[in-house]
Design a protein around this ligand. Structure first.
Ligand code: ARG
Length: 509
């Protein structure tokens, strides 16, 4: 006795699926969003079947037009928010085949599945979907990069404290800070392009596993029609592989890692105690109980979303671990984490682009911190100055460390260090020993240095080394005038953004 079934495999069964089993194994509740890719893959496949003589031309035309009509209908329902499919269809592949059969009849409609299986079908759907997502995400990344560049230009002269270990390290240009994020997003873009290059192959024709028994099929023409750069050459691998999904969501996880770092920087800098930046009020939120608050919730939520992306990546790595070749139904579970990662990254990049457009930078506050940090931020400059003059790095570091200690004890800001302070330092606080003075004499050009050093070492040091020139060069926050206005850097950045977009378009002919 056979059962009338909505399943593509119902004929072999005596009983219909248990309701619970049907609910448990369906994927249509989440894979229906692949309908456009599924239809596109089916059109390509039917055209190939017709070219190879496996489906008569007039029948192929009817199937293709049914598929196109169906796509329009579904799109309308999606737009109207009315695309919810009955779980009896199991998955989107089944639904589309059933609908085509409804439109053109069983005798013609069911030929759609000639020489293919849902195993190669789902792989092609995923690849087409990911290709579309990569294009969109690359575009969004270039949007973020452009707005970062705009900010770098707008605040090109702003000096800010650069931090290591969350402690003021030295003055840096704000533009260098913000463009560090450009570099990260640029590498993220390169990674996505690389992922695209590796996955841009059509698995169709692999069937359930290992190809089909048909003598005349043409995998290459399907691949060409779909815009792939070739076919997956191994027909077992074609239905087993989900590396491309994992690689893609790893790349996305990396993007959110970078987003979480910029978010954290912003959370800190939005704290009124720092007050380095401001965001448009429309991107801040208030507190229900603390009326004075303006909270950086967008940044915090963006930071939190990173966890979801890592979770999705871990889910897929675990899902695929130890699966025997080739297709296993486990692999159906790849979709929720995949879709979630792509959706989350897109919404995060969108909000960041908009938020960064209205970034405000408080130059004064940044400067205040540099100065207030007792000017210690210039200590590395002193070390570099001395090392450039021929000190060994260690000796320069030792000298400046002691100077910092002295200034700390005397409550002197390094930025307002004067000759008498230096004199007091070398004569009373840090009397460099004979070895140190001898070392400096060896580096001195003046022939009379030794005599002067021997009779009055403190005076010698002040004249020869820690003189007006030293103070002038080392007690200002200015940075060396390499690429003074950042113009070269800006040009390089915009060229690289353009380069990524050009490279991308080559994959979507
Ligand atoms: N819905 C399945 C998936 O998403 C595809 C169907 C393959 N099923 C099968 N029994 N071979 O992976």
């Amino acid at each position: 006795m056979t059962q009338k079934s909505f399943k593509l495999w119902g004929g072999r069964f005596h009983k219909p699926a248990d309701k619970l089993a049907e609910e448990f194994t369906e994927s249509i509740s989440f894979d229906s969003r692949l309908y456009r890719h599924d239809i596109l893959g089916s059109v390509a496949h039917v055209k190939m079947l017709s070219k190879c003589g496996l489906v008569p031309k007039n029948e192929a035309v009817r199937i293709v037009s049914a598929l196109r009509g169906l796509e329009k209908e579904i799109s309308k329902r999606v737009k109207a928010g009315r695309f919810k499919l009955d779980k009896k269809y199991e998955d989107i592949h089944t639904y589309i085949e059933k609908k085509v059969i409804e439109k053109v009849g069983d005798a013609i409609g069911s030929k759609i599945h000639t020489a293919r299986s849902r195993n190669d079908q789902v792989s092609v759907d995923l690849r087409l979907y990911i290709k579309d997502e990569i294009r969109e995400i690359l575009l969004l990344l270039s949007g973020v990069c452009n707005v970062i560049l705009d900010n770098a230009k707008k605040y090109r002269d702003v000096l800010m404290p650069g931090y290591t270990h969350m402690q003021v390290a030295k003055p840096i240009y704000f533009r260098d800070y913000i463009l560090a994020y450009f570099e990260m997003f640029y590498r993220d873009s390169q990674r996505l392009l690389d992922c695209l290059k590796r996955m841009d192959f059509s698995p169709l024709g692999a069937g359930a596993i290992g190809g089909t028994f048909y003598k005349k099929t043409d995998r290459a023409s399907v691949a060409r029609y779909l815009g792939f750069s070739g076919v997956v050459s191994n027909t077992v691998d074609a239905v087993s592989d989900r590396d491309f999904v994992i690689e893609f969501i790893f790349d996305l996880a990396m993007i959110t890692l970078h987003i979480s770092r910029i978010s954290e920087d912003f959370v800190i800098w939005l704290n009124p105690q720092f007050g380095f930046i401001s965001l448009d009020e429309s991107f801040m939120t208030g507190s229900s109980i603390l009326p004075q608050k303006k909270n950086p919730d967008v940044c915090e939520i963006a930071r939190a979303k990173t966890g979801r992306l890592y979770g999705n990546l871990m889910t897929l790595l675990t899902l695929m671990k130890g699966l025997p070749l080739s297709y296993n139904r486990d692999m159906q579970e790849d979709k929720p984490p995949l879709f979630d990662s792509a959706d989350t990254v897109k919404s995060t990049l969108r909000i960041y682009t908009k938020m960064l457009e209205k970034l405000g930078v408080n130059k004064q506050k940044m400067l205040e911190v540099l100065v207030e940090a007792s000017g210690y931020a210039v200590a590395p400059k002193m070390v570099d100055y001395l090392a450039e003059k021929g000190f060994s790095l260690r000796k320069a570091h030792g000298f400046v460390s002691n100077l910092v200690k002295y200034c700390e004890a005397k409550k002197i800001n390094l930025l307002s260090l004067k000759r008498p302070d230096l004199a007091d330092f070398v004569n009373n606080f840090y009397k460099p020993d004979k070895g140190f003075v001898g070392y400096l004499v060896g580096r001195s050009k003046a022939g009379s240095a030794r005599k002067a050093a021997e009779s009055a070492p403190g005076q010698y040091l002040l004249e020869e080394w820690f003189n007006e020139k030293f103070l002038k060069e080392c007690t200002s926050l200015s940075l060396p005038a390499v690429d003074k206005n950042g113009d070269r850097q800006f040009k390089d950045v915009s060229e690289r953004i353009r380069g990524i977009m050009n490279e991308t378009s080559a994959y979507y002919k």
